[in-house]
Design a protein around this ligand. Structure first.
Ligand code: AMP
Ligand code: ZN
Length: 116
């Protein structure tokens, strides 16, 4: 999508700090980190959000690619020893700001539960 900030990052029209990339996903550092480690796992195909039916269209395998990406990155960056949290925000109550599906990975400090 032409006016989507994450599509622009994927197309290298906007710079980002990329920590991992493959055919289906890109993992970047969040520009306003909420924790010492704050990454965004973003599918390269524009999918509006986690409720978008395109996520499960036959043969795309995007959800698997996202989970695989989380496995790769948490191992590569050594995040498993102390733990990490994965978050997807949807809609106004969750504070979703960018309408291109992305999964947050946060790590590097103790997180409260329930979330604030
Ligand atoms: P959400 O509230 O789940 O939609 O989260 C959107 C996230 O994208 C926020 O944590 C922002 O800090 C982050 N963000 C917005 N623009 C950029 C950017 N250009 N590069 C990296 N992260 C960004
Ligand atoms: Zn997009």
């Amino acid at each position: 999508m032409s006016d989507c900030i994450f599509c622009k990052i994927i197309n290298k029209e906007i710079p980002s700090q990329t920590v991992y990339e493959n055919e289906q996903i890109i993992v970047i550092k969040d520009i306003q980190p909420a924790a010492p480690v704050h990454l965004l796992v973003i599918p390269k195909r524009h999918i509006d959000n986690i409720c978008d039916s395109k996520l499960f269209e036959a043969g795309t395998g995007i959800s698997e690619a996202i989970i695989k990406g989380i496995q790769e990155v948490t191992q590569k960056l050594g995040l498993r020893e102390n733990g990490f949290r994965v978050i997807v925000n949807y809609g106004k109550d969750a504070g979703e700001a960018v309408p291109h599906l992305h999964w947050h990975i946060v790590a590097g400090r103790q997180f409260g539960w329930p979330p604030g």
